[in-house]
Design a protein around this ligand. Structure first.
Ligand SMILES: Nc1ncnc2c1ncn2[C@@H]1O[C@H](COP(=O)(O)OP(=O)(O)OP(=O)(O)O)[C@@H](O)[C@H]1O
Ligand SMILES: [Mg+2]
Length: 296
């Protein structure tokens, strides 16, 4: 039974985390949602689709390690298969295809190529059904990389920072999604809006939450990610929050986001699935959680 489950094709649902505004929590949300979904026994692939390479380093893949193999850039331009770029991470069931500054060149190189908007979709096709969920960390722009991500994706998730001008630029983003639906990806669905960096002590954060919920009602995730210094720290240590400080507010928030996400996607998943996520056992002597495996 277990063996047949392992060989069954997986859901392969692909989700692009997008917002052309910089620093709103796209990478933090990609990495930490991905880690929490992996803890719930889903097999997860993170595609680092930002030349800044922040998702790669936040998952412990430093520049030298990323350069030891072809990167997502090489797969995007068709030089290698996407599966040749994938690294295991410290979290069992969580894998990453890293990016580096080479990916910035793709934005220009792709312009002259046939089917330039579909390059990522073509690259993903080979391995889509080997993962339960594939999360794409997009760059802060609506250029050709983001268009490729939205063309490859089944849905998009928008992290919104609880601050002044949170909604600024959203109409441009919605317009881009409309264009993608009319052209390269009519089935592109909405995963939801995720409010990030919420600070309960400020009126401003509460006003933003109220306004966004009023405008977008059920599209907004119930889970709100608080501003939490441990979330900012963990990326620089190359660890998702559940390995860095499982008892932090940030960790609880991403664990409940993963549960909400899985509940929303329940209807799509195969009937025999693992359950929701529970926090891993915490070892106070090492400050570390759970077991990890680096096997592919
Ligand atoms: N909930 C949070 N609490 C505290 N700091 C956070 C939180 N979320 C993200 N940060 C920090 O804010 C900064 C921006 O976050 P992040 O890199 O996730 O945003 P981004 O949207 O991916 O940025 P970019 O557009 O540059 O790719 C980072 O330094 C990150 O560590
Ligand atoms: Mg980022």
């Amino acid at each position: 039974m277990e063996n047949s489950l392992k060989t069954m094709p997986k859901l392969g649902k692909t989700i692009a985390l997008i917002n052309q505004k910089g620093g709103v929590g796209k990478t933090t949300s990609t990495v930490n949602l991905a880690a929490c979904l992996a803890l719930a026994d889903r097999k997860i692939l993170v595609l680092d689709f930002d030349p800044q390479g922040n998702a790669s380093s936040a998952l412990g893949i430093d520049r030298a390690t990323a350069a030891s193999r072809p990167t997502i850039y090489n797969a995007l331009v068709g030089e290698v298969k996407l599966s040749e770029t994938i690294h295991a991470t410290e979290v069992d069931g969580l894998f990453v295809s890293p990016a580096n500054s080479e990916l910035a060149g793709a934005e220009i190189e792709l312009v002259a190529m046939f089917a330039r908007e579909s390059k990522l979709k073509i690259a993903i096709a080979e391995l889509k059904n080997q993962y339960d969920y594939i999360l794409i960390d997009c760059p802060p722009s609506l250029g050709l990389l983001t268009v490729n991500a939205l063309t490859a994706a089944d849905s998009y998730l928008v992290p919104l920072q609880c601050e002044y001008f949170a909604l600024e630029g959203l109409s441009q983003l919605i317009h881009t999604i409309g264009l993608i639906r009319q052209s390269t990806n009519p089935a592109l669905a909405e995963e939801g809006i995720l409010l990030t960096m919420y600070d309960g002590k400020t009126n401003l954060s509460n006003q933003v939450v109220d306004e966004v919920r009023k405008h977008f009602t059920h599209q907004v995730f119930t889970t709100v990610i608080p501003r939490n210094v441990r979330l900012a720290e963990c990326s620089s240590f190359g660890k998702p929050i559940v390995l860095y400080d499982v008892n932090s507010k940030g960790s609880s928030a991403y664990l409940s986001l993963a549960n909400e996400f899985l509940t929303r996607n329940q209807a799509l998943e195969p009937t025999v699935t693992p359950g929701l996520v529970t926090p891993p056992p915490f070892n106070p002597s090492t400050g570390m959680t759970g077991e990890s495996s680096n096997s592919l």
